[in-house]
Design a protein around this ligand. Structure first.
Ligand code: SF4
Ligand code: SF4
Length: 182
């Protein structure tokens, strides 16, 4: 289900972004309400608005190319300061109710997730699977694109409730509980 969602993220983003524009144009919602909703969505899922619902995000991502490994797109996503929605929801990545989780008992350390993630690409202190590395999903820049989840062959990476204590029980000998780090 998550993998399928991630695969169709651009289509979902296009539909929601189009609806947002129409609702704004019809004056059924205000820009302030969009800013408020987008920011507060960070409490539930972190910086999810930018890559799943934002009209500007859709346009910019289209201009930079749709391949998540594209250098320009990666640079933009990693360094962008964005708008107030990005500032607030990005800060909430560390606290959001739902977060990225790695069940390290299933992880084979293949590295496919890090290759698709612009955070792991640019910040060598962050990795989904490397021991002692901090979790990319907790970083301010994580836009919940779910590319890491999409490419994980073992379904080790997923999205789940952020639980106090995390998944220490699933820790393999010598491996990190990556959902706890960062
Ligand atoms: S893609 Fe999945 S199995 Fe491979 S290193 Fe990442 S979490 Fe582990
Ligand atoms: S969702 Fe995964 S691939 Fe996307 S930015 Fe966050 S950690 Fe990286």
């Amino acid at each position: 289900m998550l993998k399928r969602l991630a695969k169709h993220r651009r289509t979902i983003q296009a539909v929601i972004a189009f609806l947002v524009v129409i609702l704004l144009w019809m004056h059924w919602i205000t820009l302030a309400e969009v800013l408020l909703f987008g920011s507060l969505s960070g409490i539930v899922a972190g910086k999810v608005f930018c890559r799943w619902a934002c009209p500007m995000g859709f346009i910019i991502e289209s201009m930079l190319g749709t391949d998540p490994r594209g250098r320009q797109q990666q640079l933009y996503m990693y360094y962008k300061m964005g708008c107030p929605i990005a500032w607030v929801s990005g800060l909430l990545n560390r606290l959001s109710l739902f977060t990225l989780k790695n069940d390290v008992s299933k992880c084979t350390s293949c590295g496919a997730c890090d290759k698709m993630c612009y955070i792991a690409t640019f910040d060598k202190d962050r990795s989904h699977f490397r021991p002692a590395a901090k979790a990319p999903g907790n970083a301010y820049s994580c836009s919940r694109c779910l590319e890491c989840v999409r490419v994980c062959p073992t379904k080790s990476l997923t999205v789940g409730l952020r639980l106090p204590g995390g998944r220490r029980a699933e820790k393999k000998e010598g491996a990190p509980t990556s959902d706890e780090l960062g």
